[in-house]
Design a protein around this ligand. Structure first.
Ligand code: NAI
Ligand code: CS2
Length: 494
């Protein structure tokens, strides 16, 4: 069967780019071209190009593997975005991505592209761990292997996004070319975090860059939202049967999409506001709301649901006790938020429950469960601290955290049966976390204190909130003895 590309595109009877792709000039570089970028920023940009044109083509880059380049290059950058609401699906071909570079194969080409004056905006979805920071403090982690490497090699063969950006900023300083670096990762104050780590690295390797950087580079914060799970082979095959063409780069998502961007660009900006993005002075209220309500719930669904035997988010939502837990959690977390003026928070929470229940999204609990050490601080711990400072009950979050610590044992609930198959803990801190759990188990101790003592995730929580930490320990013991669902039934008010 033929592949989707420029030549075969006319055969398709789905919505396709209406702009002249051959004449399109690049204005954006995107670092971390995974599923989310293709389902979100590239979609907004494609809509913008369809609506008003402009030199906003995207050069994508992966700093890790060649997978997405190998999917998109034979397709001239084209791919299908399938929007599925659980009943009907809409397919459109996205044309905004012009080419994809692979950092480890083409480091100097990528630095050159990042330094080109016609590139006005660099967007990033490099995952939470890509910022090489200490999640508890938000400061750069100088002992991170990629940072240690980049301190020596950033100008020629960087590994981290920070190394690439600083190498490119040095070149941009030489030609005085301002640029906006726009983080689109699920992190609190993502722009400020990016600014912190880039500035700290620049200060170390080239202090003379800092003054120019402060005047000519901006780091807007942004809140991004659209559920874009990793696409499955089955979904690719179904699409192929429908299109009569092979599309290796397809992405499946929900109809919902939101992007709130701090309006602080260093120069020209794509008019994403014309196609649905919100440009605001302060993203923080939107960001906190999304990270705590959507992502906080997601992580709860992921760890507790996975332990209980559910593979997909929508399956977890069929369990009445889990749904009640998520509703109670969202109500509790709302008390920690400053809701944006005029915002319908109850409607938002209802909509989240509906989105989580979308059975056409094969969103694996195991996918969301990855990298907990990088996600938990902004998803749960910020609420824990606020609730405890307000003398409110945060037992529900103690239950969630107990679930994560139980998850770190690497086995699912197999109550009464022999221990189940081991699963791998995918997390940049997995070696530390799993060895702490193992050591404590070998000496018949609860691993809770040891895990809560990991400063880079929890800061001084153990010392500051001993009673709450004891609650985590009790709930961890209960989950270990009785499983997630029985413990949940026991703690849930009737
Ligand atoms: P993905 O797994 O499809 O792609 C991840 C990308 O990040 C890949 O290009 C990978 O090479 C790169 N990456 C991984 N580790 C890196 C590192 N240490 N340094 C530099 N690059 C690294 O994941 P997906 O779905 O694209 O999500 C990426 C991020 O986007 C998430 O972690 C999150 O922060 C944000 N996001 C994702 C949403 C989703 O529903 N998928 C929705 C909202 C935000
Ligand atoms: C998820 C998010 O993978 C995860 O950790 O919670 O990627 C989630 O799908 C998005 O933030 C939705 O906008």
């Amino acid at each position: 069967m033929q592949r989707l590309n420029n030549a075969t595109l006319p055969k398709l009877s789905v919505s396709a780019p209406g702009y002249d792709r051959a004449a399109l000039q690049a204005g954006i570089v995107h670092l971390g071209i995974g599923a989310f970028h293709r389902g979100h920023q590239a979609d907004y940009t494609d809509k913008l190009l369809n609506r008003q044109g402009g030199d906003w083509g995207i050069i994508g880059a992966s700093l890790r593997s060649a997978g997405v380049r190998d999917q998109l290059q034979p397709q001239d950058g084209l791919y299908c975005l399938v929007e599925n609401d659980g009943e009907t699906s809409n397919i459109k071909v996205i044309g905004a991505i012009q080419s994809v570079l692979v950092g480890p194969e083409q480091p100097s080409q990528l630095i050159d592209v990042l330094s080109a004056p016609e590139i006005k905006v660099v967007t990033l979805t490099i995952t939470e761990k890509g910022y090489c920071h200490d999640p508890a403090s938000g400061q750069i982690n100088w002992t991170h292997p990629d940072i240690l490497w980049d301190l020596e090699h950033y100008q020629t063969a960087p590994k981290s996004a920070i190394g690439y950006l600083v190498a490119a900023l040095e070149k941009r300083q030489g030609i005085d070319a301002a640029v906006t670096l726009l983080s689109c990762d699920n992190l609190s104050h993502n722009g400020k975090l990016l600014q912190n780590v880039v500035s700290a690295f620049a200060q170390r390797v080239r202090p003379s860059l800092l003054k120019w950087l402060q005047a000519h580079v901006t780091f807007p914060c942004s809140m991004v939202d659209r559920i874009v799970p990793a696409v499955t082979d089955k979904e690719r095959q179904a699409l192929q049967a429908r299109l009569g063409l092979v599309d290796e780069g397809a992405v499946v998502t929900e109809p919902f999409s939101q992007w709130v961007i701090e309006d602080s660009f260093a120069g020209d900006k794509p008019d994403w506001a014309a196609v649905g993005a919100m440009l605001v002075d302060d993203v923080a209220p939107f960001e906190d709301m999304k990270l705590r309500l959507l992502n906080g719930s997601h992580s709860m669904i992921a760890y507790l649901g996975y332990l209980a035997g559910y593979d997909f988010v929508h399956e977890v939502m069929t369990n009445e006790h889990m749904t009640v837990l998520i509703k109670d959690y969202m109500n509790l977390a709302t008390d920690t938020l400053t809701v944006p003026d005029g915002f319908d928070i109850d409607g938002y929470k209802q909509q989240l429950l509906h989105r989580f229940s979308n059975a056409s999204l094969n969103h694996r609990t195991s996918q969301i469960a990855q990298d907990g050490s990088q996600k938990i601080p902004q998803r749960w711990l910020a609420s824990v601290r606020t609730l405890l400072s307000q003398k409110q009950d945060a037992a529900l979050l103690a239950f969630a955290l107990a679930g994560w610590i139980r998850y770190l044992q690497g086995t699912r609930d197999t109550l009464g049966k022999p221990p189940g198959e081991h699963f791998e803990i995918i997390d940049p801190l997995s070696a530390t976390l799993t060895s702490l759990v193992k050591t404590e188990q070998q000496t018949s101790h609860s691993p809770v204190k040891a895990i809560l003592g990991v400063q880079s995730i929890f800061g001084n929580l153990l010392q500051e909130q001993p009673e709450w930490c004891a609650q985590v320990d009790d709930l961890h013991q209960a989950i270990t003895a009785h499983g997630v669902l029985k413990t949940l039934r026991q703690i849930q008010p009737r």
